[in-house]
Design a protein around this ligand. Sequence first.
Ligand code: SF4
Length: 179
Amino acid sequence: MKISVISIIESTTVDGTGLRTTVYCAGCGHRCKGCHNPQSWDINSGEMTDVDVLAERLLATGEDITFSGGDPMFQAEAFAELASKIKSQSNRNIWCYTGYRFEQLLKNPKAMALLQNIDVLVDGQFELALRDENLLFRGSSNQRLIDVQKSLAKGEAVIHEPMNLLSPLLKKFIMQIEN
Ligand code: SF4
């Protein structure tokens, strides 16, 4: 399978905890007012890239991984294959951004196949009226950081623990104080 990819950025710190490599894909139909990346809406704005090639490149970085866009859920089947390949060959942590709410995705088999191998989902459309620049890893306060595996086990959205949102350095500092 192939994924329409706009860019791949290594060593980013803005799309999840720690150092990550982010795949920015093309294709999104949510059309949020104030979208940071409207040029990504057209699925044809990316380059069709083989999942095997992508997996090899992502595994070579040694970093955790984020799927962003656009909306990866518009190519859920191919991203599911990519996430499965990564998880079968590594213990990389994978985050995924989407304009859908977690509850909507539960009714979509292709999205569910992708979620099986996602650690954290940042869900919901960007709401301009709820924009908050102090939020970590999301643009508006309606968006949630969801612990996907706990949520799938429980059958409802479980919010990602705040401690995990701290930068690795700050986390190390706190652990040193506690010891
Ligand atoms: S979901 Fe993201 S990429 Fe899609 S329109 Fe909304 S902000 Fe833009």
